[in-house]
Design a protein. Sequence first.
Length: 338
Amino acid sequence: MIKVDRVELALRNELLRLSAPFRISGHVFEASPVTIVTLRKDGCVGRGEASGVYYLHDEPADMLRTLESMRDRLESGITREELRKLLPPGGARNAVDCALWELEARLAGVPAWQLAGMERPRPLLTTFTVGADEPAVMAERALAYTHARAIKLKLTGEVDLDIERVRAVRKARPQMWIGVDANQGYEAATLSRLLPVLVDEGVSLLEQPVRRGHEAELDGIDRVVPIAADESILHLGELEALGRHFDVVNIKLDKCGGLTEGLLMARRAREMGLKVMVGNMVGTSLAMAPAFLLGQYCDVVDLDGPVFLVQDRVPGVVYADGHVDCPATVWGTPDAVV
């Protein structure tokens, strides 16, 4: 980790258009604003994209203001570890952290994966998400992912309807790996009705069934299906405090504040006996690329954000045979196109 000093900082926000409305428990998304950070030094460029954390009101408009207020500090020079102390976990820190990773890599003339001490990245089996809708519609969307090998279903906490959703998709895709994401929609009583159905239908993962702050409700639940934390565990400190309630932790760079913290979380989760998942807020390939590096250490990968957009960045990540791959031209290498 090096200190990159006297850099030029550029900030902007973009509005990403979704190809169709996307529904989860309590929210319907039609577009996704993002903050783009660009750092320049000696002809080299580093970039980061972040969406923030909508349920914490961590919005790109505020992220942009926060970073603008810190322009002098950021341009004077900062390490990624100093950044972790300067900014709290969230989208603003994520965008800067990822930009620093790419800038360091390009200045050093090596790919970011080499800076991280990992082997050359390999394509990763990824889930493809089906938004919450009528059961028949969700089954059709699951079938439309003709190349997929793994699917994640969004549930809403409407237990009878959710049961129908799971059954419809399983009938449509009998051999598919299926996980479900409740986005905090359940309580212990309703969860006890859902779990036997998940077992019967061969569901492999249940993500964030209860509300953030109510993790203790899971302590009396029979873990017939592995339970993953998403909204409940945002960063390394919360992993330490709350990891005991879960079997899996879903690390998202927007939540934890960047690839630097994400890698620390993955290592610590392993030490705690937890499995590791990497996820994403909706974003372009510029946001998927650093998460793709984290995904090299993960048991479950959910990096499908660009498939929901009207237009992705070019060059972008590649989806083929149920896998996601990130060419060297996307981000984090001397060959990246900027």
